[in-house]
Every structure is written in structure tokens, then in C-alpha cells.
Design a binder for this molecule. Structure first.
Ligand SMILES: C[S@@+](CC[C@H](N)C(=O)[O-])C[C@H]1O[C@@H](n2cnc3c(N)ncnc32)[C@H](O)[C@@H]1O
Length: 385
């Protein structure tokens, strides 16, 4: 007897989840559909029923999105990348059903979350979540020396936008924001200076999500300072990005870089001699001014009033000096006025914990040299004139 199979929408109905969740499950290798010659996904009903059975007893702790997802977890992840699962699951004791279908408040114009989904997302920290280096869908992302995790960005996108809204990433890299947008049903505009990363970003969607998906988003190859100027005021509902952290990638390779990247023939910087690459600016102060005035304030102009921008950054060391990039950025950007006359104001600072990173004996046994195992998500809003 032929095996019974269904399409994505029916699979979602069968499991009682959204179509985006099905995409996420496929993306993580939890469900393995076949594809028709036209690229449509087909799911064996037996496989779906097995998941439904296995997920009966699972409750959703702290984060409804992540946990909904984990509810299905036979999730095969590289153990080194599973971010301290004990701590991650140690929430405030809020045990809610894994599929929370309470209605969204009619006054909520920000996102599609109901109250119990909204609240955990306001925590000032979260744990970084990645696919793990060996996952088939991590192979394009790995080429880039400093991608962020599309799963972490999905959190931000689902909190700061509604389905169908427009998202901007002015430093698009290999398209992690675009991938998160595609999975979450948002529309991304991604700007990247280097052709190599720009092409990989498009390829990433085509290969990891599906043929034709990249065409739903806009990938621009160019200097973000020029490209942003061409765009119309108040077009975007959200901006999320990770900028170059000045020139840290240009410093001499340490043990970790040698082992993890050079040994695998992977790039260690964005470009070698491109003067438009903000990572190649000599002086830190010049870099900060350009980043804030030419990029982030311009992004502010492109945002609709009351909408948010999230900057994912980390502090770093320059030789023996510790540079608190996140606080410098706040000092430079907070309360600045956009060219269309609005004020950019800081709304919060989330800490993104990277508890999976291996500790290195920097400074031992002479001095305190920090293992920087967290990033910051700086949350700004475009506020009234
Ligand atoms: C931290 S990475 C962003 C990675 C991205 N979030 C991802 O997950 O792939 C910063 C990116 O900014 C790009 N970049 C540097 N200067 C730029 C410029 N002037 N215009 C556009 N992109 C630029 C770099 O090539 C690099 O890919």
C-alpha cells in the first residue's frame, strides 16, 4: 500500500502548530519531508503521528517559541552547541501547555504574541541557540567569520514584528536575518558589501529553505551607507543587525582561530583590503562615528515611528585594552536625532549568553583576562519628535 503523505499546511494542521513551526522543524532536521519535482514538501503521515505521540508529555517552560520547538525535540544537535539545557529550562516555574492558543490582545499592534508568549520575551537575558557546526544547514553560515544565529534573531523578529512586516538588516552577511524572516513569514531587506557573502545569503535560502524563497526578500550588494540613503523614510517595521566589531577580525589569529577556522580553510575576516568595509577603519573613534551617524541614524530614518532596532554586539579586547563596545555604542547613539527629526532612545539591553563556548586560559596564572562568553542585544526605539 502506498505511504500516506501530506503537504506543509496539512502537516501543520495535523500537529496543531503553525506552518512556520513546520518550516523550523524541517530546518532543524526534526521532520524530514521529501520533495516533489516542483519543490513542494511532502510529509509521511506516519512520521507526523509519531511526533505527536512523543510530544504528549512535554510542557513548555520559559520561552514559548523555543520550547514549542523543543517540545518536538528528538532534535539532534551538536552537543557542544546545546546551550546549558539545564539552565535554559530552569525558568520561573511557569509551566504552561506547549501549544498556547490564547488570543492576541486586539490592542497589540507590535507582534502576534498573546500575553503568556509576550512575557518571557521581555527577560533581560537569553541563551544562544545554534544548529551546531555539523548540521547540514550550518555549512553556509560557517563560511562567514561572524554570523549570528538565525534562531536567536527569530526571537527578536517574532517579538518586534507581526507576520508580513518589513525587516531591515544593513549588515546582512550570509543572510541569517533573511532566513529568520523567511521562517517567520516576514519580509527582509539585507544589505552586504562583499559579493561572496551576498551570494551565499541567497544560496542559503534556496538550499536551506526552498527553491524560490530568496526571491521573496531583497538582497542588496553594496555599501550600506550608500544603499540606505536611497531608501524611503518610515518604510521598515524593525531593524536588526550585527555590525563589524571594528577591526577585531584583522588581528593576529589566536589558538582558537587557528584551530577552528584556518585549519578548516575558512575565512577569518570579511575582506582584505576593501576600504569600504567598516572593519577596516583604522581608528576606533572614526569607526564609531561612521557606524552611528552614517548607518544607525540612517536606519532610524527608515524605521516607522515607535518601531525598534536591535543591535547585536559584543565587547572585545584590542591588545591589552578592554573595549566596552556595547556601552560606547549606547553613549554615541542614545538620544540622537534622525534626519527626519525623531529621537532614538534606548529601551533595554538583553544579554545573550554563550555558555557553550570553550574556556581558554587567557592570562593564567598572572592576570584576569576575561573569556567573553556573552553578547548584548541593544534595543532602541524611534521615538517622538
Ligand atoms: C558581523 S557581520 C554580519 C553577519 C550577519 N549577521 C550574518 O549572520 O551573516 C558584518 C557584515 O558587515 C559587512 N560590512 C562591512 N562593511 C560594510 C559596508 N560598508 N556595507 C555593507 N556591509 C558591510 C561585512 O562584510 C560583514 O559581512
Amino acid at each position: 500500500m502506498p505511504e500516506s503523505i501530506v503537504g506543509t499546511k496539512q502537516a501543520a494542521e495535523l500537529l496543531g502548530v503553525s506552518v512556520s513551526t513546520i518550516y523550523r522543524m524541517v530546518d532543524q532536521g526534526i521532520l524530514q519531508p521529501s520533495k516533489t519535482p516542483g519543490g513542494q514538501r511532502r510529509f509521511p503521515v506516519k512520521q507526523l503521528e509519531e511526533y505527536r505521540e512523543n510530544s504528549h508529555d512535554i510542557v513548555a517552560p520559559q520561552n514559548p517559541y523555543q520550547k514549542r520547538f523543543n517540545a518536538f525535540s528528538g532534535e539532534k544537535e551538536d552537543a557542544s552547541k546545546i546551550v546549558n539545557p539545564t539552565q535554559e529550562n530552569a525558568s520561573d516555574g511557569d509551566i504552561s501547555p506547549s501549544f498556547d492558543d490564547k488570543p492576541v490582545d486586539k490592542r497589540n499592534t507590535l507582534n502576534d504574541l498573546n500575553g503568556s508568549q509576550w512575557l518571557p520575551e521581555t527577560k533581560s537575558f537569553f541563551y544562544q541557540k545554534g544548529l551546531g557546526a555539523k548540521h547540514p544547514h550550518a555549512q553556509i553560515e560557517r563560511q562567514h567569520p561572524a554570523p549570528f544565529s538565525f534562531q536567536d534573531i527569530s526571537h527578536l523578529i517574532t517579538f518586534f514584528t507581526k507576520h508580513g512586516m518589513n525587516v531591515l538588516d544593513p549588515f546582512g552577511g550570509v543572510g541569517s536575518t533573511a532566513k529568520a524572516c523567511e521562517i517567520e513569514g516576514r519580509i527582509c531587506t539585507s544589505i552586504e558589501l562583499q559579493e561572496r557573502w551576498h551570494k551565499l545569503a541567497i544560496e542559503r535560502l534556496e538550499v536551506e529553505i526552498g527553491v524560490g524563497t530568496s526571491s521573496k526578500h531583497t538582497f542588496i550588494l553594496g555599501d550600506t551607507r550608500d544603499e540606505l540613503k536611497k531608501m524611503q523614510d518610515c518604510y521598515f517595521d524593525f531593524m536588526v543587525t550585527s555590525p563589524p566589531y571594528w577591526s577585531i577580525l584583522n588581528k593576529k589569529a589566536d589558538h582558537k582561530v587557528k584551530k577552528e577556522r584556518l585549519a578548516n580553510n575558512l575565512a577569518t575576516n570579511y575582506s582584505d583590503h576593501d576600504d569600504n568595509d567598516l572593519a577596516n577603519i583604522n581608528k576606533y573613534e572614526d569607526f564609531l562615528h561612521i557606524l552611528v551617524d552614517d548607518v544607525f541614524l540612517e536606519c532610524g530614518r527608515l524605521l516607522r515611528p515607535k518601531k525598534y532596532m536591535c543591535l547585536v554586539v559584543s565587547d572585545f579586547r584590542n591588545k591589552s585594552e578592554f573595549i566596552s563596545f556595547h556601552s560606547d555604542l549606547i553613549q554615541h547613539l542614545n538620544h540622537k536625532v534622525t534626519t527626519d527629526g525623531y529621537v532614538i532612545t534606548l529601551q533595554g539591553v538583553k544579554v545573550l549568553l554563550q555558555n557553550h563556548k570553550s574556556l581558554l586560559p587567557y592570562g593564567y596564572p598572572f592576570a584576569y583576562v576575561e573569556n567573553i562568553h556573552h553578547q548584548y542585544v541593544l534595543v532602541f526605539r524611534k521615538d517622538g519628535k
